[in-house]
Design a protein around this ligand. Structure first.
Ligand code: NAP
Length: 288
């Protein structure tokens, strides 16, 4: 499994493609004003993307994918040294990246993250609300501190970050909240706090899409991944992993590149008429 966990949209190591001339984002209230070839509608050149939880896992993969699509990426998480290493990797491949230490559970830290992005790059076009954590504790044994810590990051943190970004975003900007299939269906481990927050993120998405769509021209969507190969899934007991893969139509876990493509769609002008929705990328797990 190790070889597929490192697979990314750009093959995990190739150079950036030839940049295209940056365009202002499409204001969803007016729609596209010029004819742009369909593949170019996915380009992120000139766009500044803030990615929370970029220090590992899916968030680091999203940063690589968005950078390879031309975006300037602002990498945020608590472990600054990991962010620095990733930023260096992206720069060495021709990308533009900066880092900012942020604890999304702290509203002031989210405000500082957005201030840093504005000072460094002058705009924020996309927020990928990816920071997240989960506990796998039987409900009767879950302490208030454990439950609250998950709510604080997965739900409250997503709101603080969205609110700070929306305050500086222009029309055509996009917020992508990373939810989970566990917001839609039961999982394979006891995860009350996690499942509750991921369902809540979808509700938050609908409301913010409605508040900020017509008023500010900002699109807000959720991405709901199924199970993706990662260091975390490497640790899942064999039988549970078999149950998980068996619950998909394709009998396997997803790989990062498959999620990158869905994220890029929601983040880019390709989705200029898409808001308030949840894009499920789960190999059919939630069909049953
Ligand atoms: N992997 C999957 O199969 C899967 C499936 C469905 C949904 N998801 C969702 O995808 C997102 C990423 O998960 P992952 O699998 O990539 O897990 P991961 O490798 O554990 O990454 C989680 C990220 O969140 C950051 N984070 C945690 N608490 C934070 C805080 N208080 N402030 C700022 N950043 C914080 C971590 O960075 P620091 O520790 O450096 O702060 C880390 O970068 C999560 O929202 C998760 O729920 C994942």
């Amino acid at each position: 499994m190790a070889d597929i966990t490192s697979a990314t949209t750009d093959g995990g190591g190739s150079d950036l493609r030839e940049p295209v001339t940056p365009r202002e984002p499409v204001d969803p209230r007016t729609g596209p004003q010029t004819a742009v070839p369909v593949l170019e509608r996915f380009r992120m050149d000139g766009r500044v993307v803030v990615i929370t939880g970029a220090s590992s896992g899916l968030g680091a993969g999203f940063a690589r994918a968005l950078s390879s699509a031309g975006a300037t990426v602002v990498l945020a998480a608590r472990r600054k040294e990991r962010l620095e290493a990733l930023a260096e990797e992206l720069r060495s491949r021709g990308g533009t990246a900066s880092t900012v230490a942020c604890d999304v559970a702290d509203p002031e830290s989210c405000a500082a993250m957005v201030r840093a992005a504005m000072e460094e790059h002058g705009r924020v076009d996309v927020l990928v609300n990816n920071a997240g954590l989960g506990t796998a504790v039987p409900a009767l044994k879950e302490s208030p501190e454990q439950f609250r810590s998950v709510v604080d990051v997965n739900l409250n943190g997503a709101f603080w970050a969205a609110k700070e970004c929306a305050a500086v975003m222009g029309p055509g900007s996009s917020i992508v909240n990373v939810a989970s299939v566990l917001g839609l269906t039961a999982g394979f481990a006891p995860q009350a706090a996690y499942s509750a927050t991921k369902a809540a993120v979808m509700g938050l998405t609908r409301d913010l899409a409605s508040q900020w769509g017509s008023r500010r021209g900002i699109r807000v969507n959720s991405l709901a991944p199924g199970y993706f190969a990662s260091e975390m899934t490497d640790e899942i007991p064999e039988q549970m992993l078999a149950d998980i893969t068996g619950s998909t139509i394709f009998g396997r876990l997803g790989v990062q590149a498959e999620l990158d493509a869905a994220l890029l769609f929601l983040a880019s002008d390709a989705a200029s008429f898409v808001t308030g929705t949840t894009l499920v990328v789960d190999g059919g797990m939630t069909l049953h």
